[in-house]
Write a protein that binds this ligand. Structure first.
Ligand code: FAD
Length: 294
């Protein structure tokens, strides 16, 4: 199906995009930002979204919108960084390999060449990969709107199905990732839908191992299981301070689905998702712990 008629606008900067969003809101017409178009255009073709205006951000020249920068204890990733560039980035591969690992498993080559990090986060598809990673990494998401810039903790960002804490007149500009301490490992495990590549369930874990081999800190992000990505906080609490052997980790991760209202749809039943969340959580934690001490 073709999308409904819309007007196309090319924003030369984030400020111009914010100005256009404000203008169309004041006129009472719906406007959407366009980044890689690999989520928005499919939903427009299905007529699940019919914005009157598309504001294309891809030509915006703001320097902070693209690429990866390491500043002291923070790695900053621009919102328009494509999945492919994220997968190949040397700084991330060395300091935060979780995101390149996830990027390499997004869709197919065409999707990775066009789709963007910021677009994925802003779209908040319940089966998207990065939401699990940004929750496990404890990132800050930077949004700019008419009132200036603000940061949103990853824990507060994913609110509901296709819904984030971004206001309609805000642009997601960058993501700030804390550099992890020594003896920290990270891992993403995904059961992919064979047709699309999206996560039936995906689990990201970031684990810091103490000098005595016990779990000093852990964050687990789960995607695909509920209508939005969430942390497995009960499993995290059960892991901290304990040994990181297979049976202890499996026992702790038996609560990884707690607090998640599990989806039950044509891709997987709620009961199947429960078992996959638990199993992939244990695998992700063990692999991350192994990397932390390798
Ligand atoms: C065949 C196929 C397979 C896919 N497989 C996967 C997969 O396995 N895993 C996965 O995670 N994803 C998958 N995707 C989705 C893909 O990763 C998209 O690139 C991504 O979800 C959206 O990024 P985009 O840049 O294309 O955003 P767009 O489609 O341009 O925009 C998506 C939404 O975000 C908003 N938006 C975009 N950028 C910003 C911004 N900077 N600030 C505020 N709002 C913004 C838009 O207004 C729109 O509402 C797949 C897509 C396709 C078509």
């Amino acid at each position: 199906m073709n999308p409904a008629t819309f007007e196309y606008h090319r924003a030369g900067s984030v400020d111009e995009a914010i100005g256009l969003l404000g203008r169309f809101a004041a006129e009472g017409t719906e406007a959407k930002l366009l980044a890689g178009g690999h989520s928005l255009l499919p939903v427009m073709k299905l007529r699940l979204a019919e914005p009157a205006h598309l504001i294309d951000l891809s030509g915006a020249t703001d320097a902070d919108l693209r690429g990866v920068r390491l500043d002291g204890s923070t790695i900053t990733v621009g919102a328009l960084t494509t999945h492919r560039d994220l997968e190949r980035d040397a700084t991330l591969r060395e300091r935060c390999p979780l995101l390149p690992q996830q990027a390499g498993r997004v869709g197919d080559r065409q999707v990775r060449a066009r789709g963007t990090f910021g677009g994925t986060l802003a779209h908040a598809d319940p089966a998207a990969d990065y939401p699990a990673g940004v929750l496990a990494l404890g990132v800050e998401i930077v949004a700019r709107g008419p009132g200036g810039e603000r940061t949103i903790a990853a824990d507060d960002f994913f609110v509901a199905f296709l819904t984030t804490a971004l206001a309609p007149d805000e642009v997601l500009t960058e993501v700030r990732i804390p550099v992890t301490p020594a003896r920290t490992g990270m891992e993403y495990q995904k059961l992919a839908n064979q047709a699309s590549g999206y996560a039936v369930v995906g689990v990201a874990a970031v684990v810091t191992v103490g000098a005595d081999g016990t779990c000093e800190a852990v964050r687990i992000g789960v995607t695909g299981a509920g209508d939005h990505a969430a942390r497995a906080v009960t499993a995290e609490a059960a892991l901290v301070g304990g040994p990181l052997d297979a049976s202890t980790v499996a026992a702790a991760c038996a609560s990884a689905d707690e607090g998640i209202d599990l989806l039950d749809d044509l891709h997987a039943s709620a009961d199947y998702r429960r078992r996959i969340v638990r199993g992939l959580s244990a695998r992700a934690v063990l692999a991350a712990a192994g990397r932390a001490t390798a």
